[in-house]
Design a protein around this ligand. Sequence first.
Ligand code: RUB
Length: 309
Amino acid sequence: MLLSETAASIKNMEIRGAGRIARAAVEALADYAKNLNISDPETFKSEMQKAAGILIATRPTAVSLPNAVKSVMRALDSFGSVEEGRAAVLARAAEFIEHSEHAIERIAEIGARHISDGDVLMTHCNSEAALGCILEAHRQGKDIEVYATEVRPRGQGLLTIKTLNDAGIRTNYIVDSAVRYFINDVDLVFVGADAIAANGAVVNKIGTAQIALAAHEARTNVIVAAETYKFAPRTILGELIEIEERDPAEVLPREVAEKLPFVRVRNPAFDVTPADYIDLIVTEQGAIPPELAFTVIRDYLGWKIEDLR
Ligand code: RUB
């Protein structure tokens, strides 16, 4: 796939979910480097920077995307010939993809430990990491049942219930607004993340914060499954994570909206759940309380204070 095609697929959500977006962007970047027919190292670097910028701009909230792209681009911090730079980009890209795939497996193993035989779980949206934990618990022979939300307006819940059904897991499919109605039947909420701030706040699909609030009220634990590259370094400086607001037509068809001139349709794709409503974040490096989010940025993302200027 061409870089522009990958960028378009991420934007229109044919490629979606923070982990998949990151891997697709890294693959596109590697492919671009492979085919870039340039002999001057500086031009090679600036063309690569342009490509990285195009990929990063596709979706603003999933921090996995800039984290992944930047980790590959660090290969060009210093290099000699174009061939050297190209090889370094390809090596870093392969390393990221391998790390990412391994991270999902590791999170599944760690997350499944927190699921007990007989548990009823709730999940929202379609998170590879959260589903990995649920599937692993089932694979280990734990008898579990899941409540999965519909996820308006894009209906990612449909992907989730297909996966759960294929695995033979008893699943209840509910509309987003039925969460509080069922929360007392639930032992544990498992969700993924698009971004995690230094203060432990989690950005995930719109509706996650409401679920966490209902869970908090019902004294139901909320576990977030997220790879370390979803932690957002710049939030250390108080920078806020941008919440993507998508096309209103995803919520209400344009021809209906046109007849309602006083109505403005709002379509934020994500929301922020404060750390107070999260019990545990499961990463590939281990499970941490949200209050320790900063240590992940410091110890595992390789960021230095100088990088934050
Ligand atoms: C997807 C979403 C997912 C996270 C984590 O939103 O909010 O919960 O990205 O997913 P969208 P994963 O459908 O708008 O991309 O664990 O697969 O990275």
